[in-house]
Design a protein around this ligand. Structure first.
Ligand SMILES: [Zn+2]
Ligand SMILES: [Zn+2]
Length: 171
């Protein structure tokens, strides 16, 4: 889950708009496109954009930002829908190419070495450059477990789409 503390930013002053708090949008539809919609912390910030986009008639509409839980639920529902659309596209591509869709349950082997999956020197260098802190070697095992878990999830997604290759979007 994200650790984001704000719903959106004010499009004028870039102040954070908090979850569960009121904010303003523009009455003009082109200012409210799904991904690029303008949001404002205050009526003056709304008014600041009006001359720039040359609206003939526009007014500020007050909205209420969703609670953080609700927003996260919406985000994950959105991601789920997007991945279903992607899967449908993938199936069409596969079918279109006349390739057989592999099927059957995938079996994950338990007989795998529990190696360290991160490049120790790079990780330590990152933490040092970022913060000046040292890194204990004991972090490598839990971190590797996290990567194994993420990889297992990605494997399942790739298999669910009938692919033989785990891809970036599986993560
Ligand atoms: Zn503002
Ligand atoms: Zn506008």
């Amino acid at each position: 889950m994200s650790d984001r503390t704000h719903y959106r930013l004010c499009s004028s002053c870039k102040k954070e708009l908090h979850f569960g708090a009121p904010y303003y949008v523009c009455s003009v539809s082109t200012c409210n496109r799904k991904r690029t919609g303008l949001t404002f912390c205050s009526v003056p910030c709304f008014e600041a954009h009006v001359p720039m986009v040359r609206h003939r008639e526009a007014w500020a509409e007050e909205k209420m930002a969703p609670a953080r839980d609700q927003w996260e639920a919406e985000q994950s529902a959105e991601r789920e829908k997007e991945s279903q659309r992607e899967q449908a596209r993938e199936r069409r591509r596969v079918v279109g190419a006349g390739a057989p869709v592999p099927s059957g349950p995938l079996e994950l082997s338990d007989d795998v070495p529990r190696d360290t999956l991160v490049v120790v020197s790079k990780l330590k260098a990152y933490i040092r450059a970022r913060s000046g802190l040292n890194t204990s070697d004991t972090v490598l095992e839990p971190l590797s477990d996290i990567i194994r878990q993420l990889a297992d999830d990605a494997i399942e997604r790739a298999a669910a789409e009938g692919r033989k290759t785990v891809m970036d979007r599986d993560f």
